[in-house]
Design a protein around this ligand. Structure first.
Ligand SMILES: [Zn+2]
Ligand SMILES: [Zn+2]
Length: 317
């Protein structure tokens, strides 16, 4: 692979996480502390072959690390979140928060509890550099560097089908989220829209995407209410712009954990302080910065066969 073909940092990050099953496997590891093959299989209703391929991929991507354990005299393998994966937790909370704001009929969504103030709360995006909050897309400037979109949209081998229990489980993300984050073309079209791409022809030229794929995704985005048609082309709606928080966490995480060819970094600058935007999540009730060990999700009762009332967003070491 030549330097020009090597994915940028964000491309590598998206390759690792913009897959529905990968996101759900990681999410269950966070929320339910799942570490074992059979527990993911039963919890998500996944086929064993799909689960095995995703675990392999997550291990290769250094998001899970295999650890042997003994059971009934035999040595088996469990999978623990790596430090790289653990740092995804604020992005997962941000996804929860976006769904809470924008997905209609959000009945049964779990509630975020801030253990420090004791309130059921929501998160507010802030700048860790200068302390300002809230920070929205229009408070920032996105700088693209020299990356081509070919270095951002890295082909995946999987098809994007989600079956089994996960699709209907209240703990799972909503289909709308997967429409934006669970598919490489969708995510990259969204990134292009954040970078200011407006016209169909420009999306097509930038992304080198088949016109049928592009019009299909743009139609889907309009149906989702994420893009609207407005001269001279497509414009992010408030709902689309609000996805910025998730996007900012992906960019931040990508920069800390992946290295692309020189000058291919996508950077987000916070205009108010002029620094690269380092997102942080604050409690809307008390204003404090949230830390992973001081929040938990409360799941509404009656949503599970066996009640799980307290789910901690923490990762076993
Ligand atoms: Zn700032
Ligand atoms: Zn609080």
């Amino acid at each position: 692979m030549t330097e020009a073909e090597r994915p940028s940092a964000i491309g590598q990050a998206l390759l690792a996480i913009s897959d529905q099953w990968n996101l759900l496997i990681l999410q269950r590891a966070f929320l339910l502390r799942i570490r074992r093959f059979a527990d993911w299989r039963d919890e998500l209703g996944m086929s064993e072959s799909v689960l095995a391929s995703r675990l392999k991929e997550l291990v290769a991507g250094e998001l899970l690390r295999p650890a042997p354990y003994r059971e009934q005299g035999r040595t088996r393998t469990e999978y623990r979140l790596t430090e790289r994966a653990i740092e995804l937790w604020p992005m997962l909370v941000e996804i929860w928060s976006w769904e809470r704001r924008w997905v209609p009929d959000r009945q049964g969504l779990s509630e975020l509890v801030h253990d420090v103030c004791g309130n059921r709360t929501d998160v507010e995006l802030g700048c860790a550099g200068c302390g300002q909050a809230p920070v929205a897309a229009h408070d920032t400037e996105i700088v693209r560097g020299m990356a081509t979109f070919a270095q951002v949209a890295v082909p995946r081998h999987h098809r994007r089908t989600l079956r089994g229990k996960a699709a209907a489980d209240p703990l799972s993300y909503f289909p709308e989220t997967f429409d934006l984050l669970g598919d490489r073309w969708s995510t990259v079209i969204l990134v292009a829209a954040f970078l200011g791409t407006r016209r169909f022809a420009d999306f097509r030229a930038e992304l080198d995407v088949a016109p049928s794929v592009l019009s299909n995704r743009l139609r889907q985005f309009r149906q989702l209410g994420v893009l609207a048609v407005e001269e001279p082309g497509y414009q992010l709606t408030d709902k689309g712009l609000d996805f910025f928080g998730i996007f900012a966490y992906v960019v931040d995480w990508a920069q800390r954990w992946y290295t692309g060819p020189p000058d291919t970094d996508l950077r987000v600058i916070h205009r108010a302080c002029g620094q690269p935007f380092r997102p942080c999540s604050r409690c809307r009730s008390c204003g404090q910065e949230l830390s992973r060990t001081e929040v938990h999700f409360a799941v509404p009762e009656g949503r599970f066969p066996s009640p799980r009332t307290r789910i901690t967003v923490s990762a076993p070491a």
